[in-house]
Design a protein around this ligand. Structure first.
Ligand code: GUN
Length: 309
């Protein structure tokens, strides 16, 4: 069976073009320009890259952005005050608090403070509740992006067995609900699942989202399965890279470790995916690109819903 590499780029570009057109149409009829506010705390390097990309894309698509950056030692009270002010501002349509937050902050209190109508991450209990009940809501961007990628690449979901490995609030749980909404038969697996390979091997669609580099190997993948790799991990060991990447990619990845000290790998052993999967999303270049695109889509959606524009 030949392998189909499901690159996220064309789909992310298509979604962003659709969002840009919608923003232009809102402006053309004299409506307000949608605005996304991003709150970042501390100096986590990955968060800085992600937030930079979110802010840049927002502006590229013709929207307004605001980036609030707090010192690592900011108090809970200061963050609460900032979010409260963003909630109160009519010109702000979307509010995103980049995770992870430093340990001394109460993440739950901050996320639950965000006005559900501005909750473009879809993490507020009102929105997760709506998702659970099958109502239209603001849905977490990464799992929403996976659904877009499956649909736009013509992978059938209805009636298929979808297995999600990982049960996080950001990916695993909302992913399972979205697949259920698309009429898949859904199994959620986690660290306590018995005989994980037997369960995952029966998947038509396998979503790996547990945050463990190259954990899903050949024994976990059924022949011809669609494998969606949501993990983003850093690999620093060249010999491990030789094991986890197919020969045609391994050389490049090993030299990247030599030059930059690391290379990115998902939760799937890519060599195994190349041998057994029917379709596979690469890391980088797979679902990650869709996360930002879906954030843009959620920002316009939030603006249109709240301001009736
Ligand atoms: N950190 C990692 N993924 C995400 C995400 O989707 N949203 C936010 N806010 N933080 C994250």
């Amino acid at each position: 069976m030949s392998l189909r590499i499901l690159s996220g780029r064309p789909f992310a570009e298509a979604i962003q073009a659709e969002v840009a057109a919608e923003v232009a149409a809102i402006k053309a009829r004299g409506g307000p320009v949608p605005c996304l506010a991003v709150v970042r705390v501390g100096e986590d390097p990955a968060s800085a890259v992600y937030v930079g990309s979110k802010v840049r894309t927002t502006e590229e698509l013709g929207m307004l952005s605001e980036h609030l950056h707090f010192d690592e030692n900011v108090s809970q009270q200061q963050v609460v005050k900032a979010v409260t002010q963003l909630n109160e501002r009519d010109d702000v349509d979307g509010i995103l608090v980049q995770l992870p937050l430093p340990k001394h902050l109460n993440e739950r209190e901050i996320l639950e403070l965000i006005d559900p109508e501005k909750d473009v991450d879809g993490f507020h209990p009102v929105n997760t509740g709506h998702l659970m009940q099958g109502y239209d809501s603001l849905v977490p961007c990464t799992p929403a992006g996976v659904i877009e990628l499956l649909k736009r690449s013509g992978v059938e979901i209805a009636g298929k067995h979808a297995v999600v490995v990982g049960r996080s609030n950001i990916v695993g749980k909302p992913m399972s609900m979205l697949l259920l909404q698309e009429n898949a038969t859904v199994t959620i697996c986690h660290s306590r699942t018995k005989d994980l390979p037997a369960v995952t091997r029966s998947a038509d669609i396998l979503v790996a989202a547990m945050g463990r580099a190259g954990f899903i190997t050949a024994e976990h993948i059924g022949d011809g399965a669609t494998v969606i790799d949501v993990g983003i991990n850093k690999l620093t060991d060249a010999s491990q890279a030789r094991e986890l990447f197919p020969p045609e990619i391994a050389d490049k990845r090993v030299s990247s470790i030599g030059e930059k000290g690391s290379t990115l790998i998902g939760d799937v052993d890519q060599k195994a995916a190349y041998q057994k999967a029917g379709a596979f999303t690469p890391v980088p270049g797979g679902v990650g690109l869709l996360t930002v695109a879906m954030l843009m889509k959620n920002t316009v959606k939030a603006a249109k819903m709240r301001r009736a524009i």
